[in-house]
Design a protein around this ligand. Sequence first.
Ligand SMILES: [Zn+2]
Length: 286
Amino acid sequence: MGLHSGAEVTLRILPAHAGTGIVFRRSDLDGFEVEAISRNVARVSYATSLMKKGVLISTTEHLLSAFIGCGIDNAIVELDNLELPILDGSARPFVEAIRRAGIRQQRRPRTYLRMRRELGLREGDKSIAIYPADSYSVSYTINFPHPLIGKETFCVDLSDGNYLRQIAAARTFGSRQDEKTMRNMGLIRGASRENCIVLTKDGIENPPLRFSDEFVRHKVLDLIGDLALLGKRILGNVVADRAGHAMHTALVSRILRDHTLWEETTVDEENEPAPLAMRAAAHQPV
Ligand SMILES: [Zn+2]
């Protein structure tokens, strides 16, 4: 079920040739395809949605995040409705399904987008920036007025299976207090205790948390999914403070607009990190 629309949906992930990237396909609309790239970003508020010629693909961030975490560059994502399923509110069910299906290494070398200079965006007390680095790392700070959250920062280098161990399972969250307004606005028709952490005034309704700082980890998960719309793997360090989908996707379009900020590069086979899922498999048998 889609979190925002409440629409029931069936999703299949299919293999794709090298160079395809991630492409969504609406099986209910004659197989109309929408590429997971910045140019197709439509509205961005509580979730990130893509639109092409009026065809919507909503709430793309958790699956795109799982693809980055599993080392998937090419796939066709077929769905028969307008929104991706929310499942348990994290990326873990996607990751598990991908690992069960198996991952094939393709011959064409992977292209990376390597930052050469930094770029930052600020909006009031929110900010997001990306700095040159030899790997992909993220640092996120949130400041949420709730006794279980407050100010939390989480930093992670997305190599060595860290995504699978530290990020994939972090669930989305919402507060009981905002529920009525959001339901009336039609924004959370599919929300339930099974697919998000429900915050009450001073606790949560559906314990236990999967991590004591699960909230900020979920923001990292979302950020990784939104930055996947660059269409290439990133070599850079991203630092975000109270940002959200709108700022994440604004950073993506600003990066793509200025070609002097980055270069495309392929990493030498010898030194190329193994796909994350394969590496993680060595430590964490499924
Ligand atoms: Zn999310």
